[in-house]
Design a protein around this ligand. Structure first.
Ligand code: SAH
Length: 261
């Protein structure tokens, strides 16, 4: 291995290409090879025109590169002496399997560096002007996946009793179960709930409704992955006029598409 060889595990931020750190951009500028997830905005690759780009998408339900293969690829590229960036959506350590990759690098004695990113859950809240925490409403926020590896149910009662804002990743396939599970564990069916699809991207869409009505509302609007589900009183603070404007824009877009067809 040459002394330059190193792997950077880098967070690309939630989608808006301006929401990436300077440190991440500096790593991209040095990279010889970049392994990219498919949630990463391709516009970010403008920072590394010199690098070889390897897409290793891992979207639920789609064909993707197995994790052990990605781990091996990171190790092998570094052993060949390359400067490698592993570019991941959001933050590499929040549901990003960055932990697995770091352990593989550690085990192989490869020099690495973790460059955090803005996680999509908190960025989605911000984009809707929803503070994830607010002293008047709660004492914390819980980031949780809606899709457990072994299909185990989520700890509904503990989540309800935490009285925190729930920010749920990878939950769209299970939205009806999430709504039912929380209500059955004692959460008010009227608890404010929001779904943000493609948060911080140009094509961001969102829905706000009660916890009980959200599965229907999200279905009506055709909201799907990648999306964040937020449950908690703080959702009351969302700027819905923004949402209405987005809807107006979308309606106009659809109308022009229909005209063109
Ligand atoms: N490491 C990432 C999360 C990867 S898990 C992060 O920190 O953001 C993939 C899940 O992230 C998706 O299923 C979705 O729930 C969420 N996600 C990623 N980008 C998103 C975006 N722009 N808007 C809404 N949700 C997003």
């Amino acid at each position: 291995m040459t002394s330059a060889a190193k792997v950077y595990l880098v967070g690309a931020g939630p989608g808006d290409p301006d929401l990436i750190t300077l440190k991440a951009i500096k790593a991209l500028q040095q990279a010889e090879v970049v392994l990219v997830d498919d949630l990463v905005n391709p516009a970010l690759l403008a920072h590394c025109p010199q690098a070889r780009i390897v897409p290793v998408g891992k979207r639920g339900g789609c064909k993707s590169t197995p994790q052990h293969f990605i781990n091996r690829m990171l190790v092998a590229l570094a052993e060949q002496g390359q400067v490698v960036v592993r570019l991941k959506g959001g933050d590499p350590f929040v549901f990003g399997r960055g932990g697995e990759e770091m352990l593989a690098l550690r085990a192989a004695n490869i020099p690495y560096e973790i460059i955090p990113g803005m996680t999509s859950g908190l960025s989605a809240c911000a984009s809707m002007e929803v503070p994830a925490t607010h002293r008047s409403y709660n004492h914390g926020v819980t980031l949780i996946t809606g899709h457990t590896q072994d299909g185990e149910p989520l700890p509904w009662r503990a989540l309800v009793e935490s009285h925190t804002t729930l920010v749920i990743y990878m939950g769209m396939q299970h939205l009806p179960d999430i709504s039912r599970g929380l209500i059955a564990a004692g959460m008010s069916p009227d608890m404010p709930c929001m779904v943000v699809e493609n948060g911080t991207r140009d094509n961001q869409r969102a829905a706000i409704s009660s916890l009980q009505a959200m599965p229907y509302q999200a279905h009506q609007q055709g909201l799907k992955s990648p999306a964040i589900i937020v449950v908690g009183e703080v959702v009351k603070l969302a700027r819905t006029s923004q949402q209405e404007q987005d809807w107006q824009q979308n309606l106009q877009r659809w109308a022009s598409l229909a005209d063109a067809a």
